[in-house]
Design a protein around this ligand. Structure first.
Ligand SMILES: [Zn+2]
Length: 241
């Protein structure tokens, strides 16, 4: 990665990003950050994207420190650059972040890599999901993708290339009925029996346990921590009394 970019280079990379955005990402609700603000300064979001997109598609891993150094050439007082993480999960740019989603590349905590300008961040859906009775409408809101892994209906599963993705109505909370407001589309690989152990949010991410059996399977250290939490909450009472 070049640590210093000329204005010409920045404009050139931004214009490439903008072309890909128009062709592939706009339709998913991914927003292209403005290159400059009203005063003509580069925006931090645009700078981060430009930095990560250098030599696209041959992108490299970038550490948060490196990104921060780059941004400080324009914003000397910036404490620590969070933009890469937000541009990914929240804004839909396919930027993998270490310590979170290592399904595409191996990244350490605090490292980022732009994976693609042709696909949005997996399971990104641009806007809040509207509750609907219509299954087709719900799938449309998810871009016909599995809420959990991002595999697209009718196309090979991202993790199992020999399996063609079929989206199924899956519970967010398996302890509640499968009614509007509790349904996410999942592929047949993500919507398997074992999923009933978990509660998912509308983005297909696990947020809670739905089955305490999971505790039994966990490491002793985790079971001990759970025991401490419950011991404190229930003040050590005998559960059988
Ligand atoms: Zn899936």
């Amino acid at each position: 990665m070049k640590k210093h970019l000329s204005n010409g280079e920045i404009k050139e990379i931004y214009s490439m990003i903008s072309d890909y955005h128009k062709k592939f990402l706009e339709k998913y609700g991914v927003k292209l950050p403005k290159l400059t603000d009203t005063e003509g300064n580069y925006t931090k979001d645009a700078l981060v994207l430009v930095y990560l997109a250098q030599n696209y598609p041959d992108t490299k891993k970038v550490s948060k420190e490196e990104l921060t150094q780059f941004i400080r050439q324009y914003y000397p007082n910036v404490p620590d650059v969070q933009q890469a993480r937000h541009l990914g999960a929240q804004k839909g740019w396919f930027i993998a972040a270490g310590g979170r989603d290592n399904r595409d590349v191996i990244l350490a905590r605090g490292e980022y890599q732009l994976i693609s300008l042709e696909k949005p961040y997996p399971a990104f859906h641009g806007h809040r999901i509207e509750e609907t009775e219509e299954w087709e409408e719900l799938k449309r809101q998810y871009g016909y993708r599995c809420a959990t892994c991002g595999s697209k209906e009718g196309e090979p599963n991202i993790h199992w290339p020999n399996t063609i993705t079929r989206l199924q109505k899956a519970h967010m909370d398996p302890n509640k009925p499968l009614v509007p407001g509790n349904i996410i589309p999942q592929c047949q690989k993500c919507n398997r029996a074992d999923r009933n152990n978990w509660v998912y949010d509308e983005r297909g991410r696990v947020i809670k346990l739905a089955n305490p059996i999971v505790i039994k399977r966990s490491e002793k250290e985790i079971r001990w921590k759970v025991y401490k939490i419950l011991y404190e909450e229930f003040k050590g009472v005998n559960p059988n009394e």
